[in-house]
Design a protein around this ligand. Structure first.
Ligand SMILES: Cc1cc2nc3c(=O)[nH]c(=O)nc-3n(C[C@H](O)[C@H](O)[C@H](O)COP(=O)(O)OP(=O)(O)OC[C@H]3O[C@@H](n4cnc5c(N)ncnc54)[C@H](O)[C@@H]3O)c2cc1C
Length: 390
């Protein structure tokens, strides 16, 4: 009696109720699967999803990443009609300020974006000032994505989960996966939920555990090259003249800012941040960030910081800064959807659809996932991965 009460059977177990797990749950239930979603946290979207800069952009260098974003933006644009909740999509744009040395590669990426049907404008530094004021020293040219912008990742996650649950998906919160074993075509996933062990049985497991995906794969004895890397976002207090500045990236330094309501958000990825589950804001990095932000955006000098509104979270990083998607080569019935390296919010929508195809149809087919599959790491001739990383 006790054993059966604690064993839950379904067609698929999804580990992680962030935006990626939620999008996959929605698409798998749409394809008729009974899905259980497990998350260690008290609420959905409390991992990286709830800590992102919420940006969506078509401005990537690889064709597949451009197409993932393009489809994602379209889904977020029409989200409310399907899920009954607005996605919060606001096309406030992305503006890249590019130095001369980086321009040839950046211009090639614009060709890739346009070939995929993504709208991108090339601007002179003068023309770019209309979007965000900046000191043009060393800026050779700029690119602007008019459909790029932001969404509300909490709301998107909630919308996907709400639709999935309406047609039978079950969400198990406070349920931490500790062990997974495969035998006779069935995965037995053991999780601790409020002090007791529960078992989830399914022929299919989807690992959507974000920065923890490497750890989760290890509970099944599987290798997965995803590591957590701490990132910070600093928030200003209210500014005198609030403006929805596009997410503006100074490519030379990696510093970025954007408008959010009456504030500005800004940041810069620390290239020396060691991987690991280190927590909290590194306030020393604020000085390093301002050291590059103020010369480029001198008007920020007049804006006060709001320490309490600033935050940190984990990028879920792979060796080539591209996600790892698809069936694990060493395990039947195990699919990974992780390692988005700081761009999972914008790719989640299309990833949900592709992973459902992988699960139900045998392989993803709307887009060719080859550049993001596990097998790429075994290819000595592979390229270095995505270069448009913020
Ligand atoms: C500062 C910052 C800025 C970012 N900016 C952007 C941006 O502008 N645009 C963009 O697209 N992306 C951005 N990202 C990246 C984006 O947030 C992530 O790529 C995305 O949220 C990944 O979603 P996910 O669902 O895979 O992971 P998560 O949201 O982290 O979800 C994983 C879930 O797995 C659960 N979990 C972990 N271990 C276990 C376990 N053992 N058992 C059960 N559950 C478990 C966690 O509790 C968590 O809820 C940013 C990230 C950060 C930190």
């Amino acid at each position: 009696m006790l054993a059966s009460r604690m064993t839950h059977v379904s067609d698929a177990v999804i580990i992680g109720a962030g935006i990626v797990g939620a999008a996959i749950a929605y698409r798998l239930t749409e394809r008729g699967l009974h899905v259980r979603i497990l998350d260690a946290a008290d609420a959905p979207a409390t991992g990286s999803t709830g800590r992102s800069a919420a940006g969506v952009r078509v401005q990537f260098a690889s064709d597949l990443n451009v197409r993932l974003s393009l489809a994602g933006i379209e889904e977020y644009r029409t989200f409310e009609a399907v899920h009954g909740l607005p996605s919060g999509y606001r096309p406030q744009g992305y503006l890249f300020l590019v130095p001369e040395a980086a321009w040839p590669a950046h211009a090639r990426a614009v060709e890739v974006q346009r070939a995929a049907g993504a709208p991108v404008e090339v601007l002179t530094p003068d023309a770019a000032q209309a979007h965000t004021p900046f000191d043009p020293a060393g800026v050779h040219a700029a690119t602007y994505g008019p459909i790029d912008g932001v969404v509300d990742p909490h709301q998107v996650t909630t919308g996907y989960l709400r639709t999935a649950r309406r047609v039978g998906a079950t969400l198990h919160l406070r349920t931490r996966v500790e062990r997974a074993r495969h035998a006779a075509g069935t995965w037995r996933v053991e999780a601790v939920s409020e002090g007791r062990t529960e078992t989830f049985e399914a022929p299919l497991v989807v690992n959507a555990a974000g920065a923890w995906a490497g750890r989760v794969a290890a509970t099944a004895g599987l290798p997965l090259a995803v590591e957590p890397v701490r990132r910070m976002i600093f928030a200003t207090g209210p500014v005198a003249a609030p403006h929805p500045y596009p997410l503006t990236v100074d490519v030379a330094s990696g510093t970025y800012l954007r408008g959010e309501g009456e504030r500005l958000l800004f940041g810069r990825s620390d290239p020396d941040q060691a991987p690991g589950f280190v927590e909290g804001i590194d306030w020393a990095w604020l000085d390093a960030t301002l050291a590059t932000a103020l010369p480029r955006f001198p008007w920020m000098e007049a804006v006060g910081l709001d320490r309490g509104a600033s935050w940190w979270g984990y990028y879920e990083v792979t060796p080539d800064h591209d996600a790892i998607l698809g069936r694990h080569p060493d395990a039947e019935g195990w699919i990974d959807a992780a390692g988005f390296s700081g761009h999972g919010v914008q790719h989640a929508a299309m990833v949900g659809r592709l992973i459902a195809e992988e699960a139900v149809d045998g392989a993803a087919h709307t887009l060719d996932l080859a550049p993001l599959r596990h097998a790429r790491f075994a290819d000595p001739g592979r390229d270095g991965g995505e270069t448009h990383i913020v």
